[in-house]
Design a protein around this ligand. Structure first.
Ligand code: ZN
Ligand code: ZN
Length: 182
């Protein structure tokens, strides 16, 4: 396994079973070690009472400022509903070629849509959101391949239709980016 770790930071309470599954999948997809840490950020500052949601841009900015510096990439994991000003909600957010990203579990639960809970499905969706946002931090843009993890997703159905892997083209692009950074 290569160099510094990707660090997944839990901002909020996450079951070990879930974070460990996500960590294993992220590690498998990016071929880097993945470490799990807890975060001490008080995310209540980013709550917008008018929207009853959390401002993802401000949260991401805070994560970037307070992120551990010994990582390859840092991904914040939250349970709260995230938005950016131009969108009703988002599953996650990351800077292209950036150091950090953030992903939310909030909209991924079946219960949110009046359906029966499905824990496995929830983990799958969360993993896809995290791998997608991590992909952006590595410099990947959105992909039109129908099942590529870098395809953009507006609804959970979009997440369910893609898989958690990169298509051949994105995989090749990721390898190219990594070779350039060596
Ligand atoms: Zn995206
Ligand atoms: Zn792709």
């Amino acid at each position: 396994m290569k160099g510094p770790a990707i660090i997944l930071v839990s901002c909020g309470l996450f079951e070990k079973k879930l974070t460990e599954r996500v960590a294993a999948d992220v590690s498998r997809e990016f071929h880097y070690p993945v470490e799990l840490r807890d975060c001490s950020l008080d995310i209540s500052h980013f709550y917008n009472p008018g929207r009853r949601q959390y401002d993802a841009n401000k949260l991401l900015h805070m994560i970037s400022q307070r992120a551990p510096t010994d990582a390859l990439k840092v991904m914040g994991m939250v349970r709260v509903d995230l938005y950016i000003p131009i969108l009703t909600y988002i599953f996650g957010q990351a800077k292209l070629n950036g150091y950090t990203g953030v992903a939310s579990l909030y909209r991924l639960k079946n219960e949110h849509y009046g359906l029966a809970p499905d824990y496995q499905l929830l983990i799958d969706r969360f993993t896809k959101v995290i791998i997608h946002e991590m992909g952006h931090t590595f410099g990947l843009i959105h992909c039109s391949h129908p099942v590529c993890v870098m395809r953009s997703s507006t609804y959970v159905e979009d997440l369910d239709q893609k898989n958690r892997h990169f298509c051949q083209r994105c995989r090749a692009e990721l390898n190219r980016i990594e070779e350039m950074s060596l």
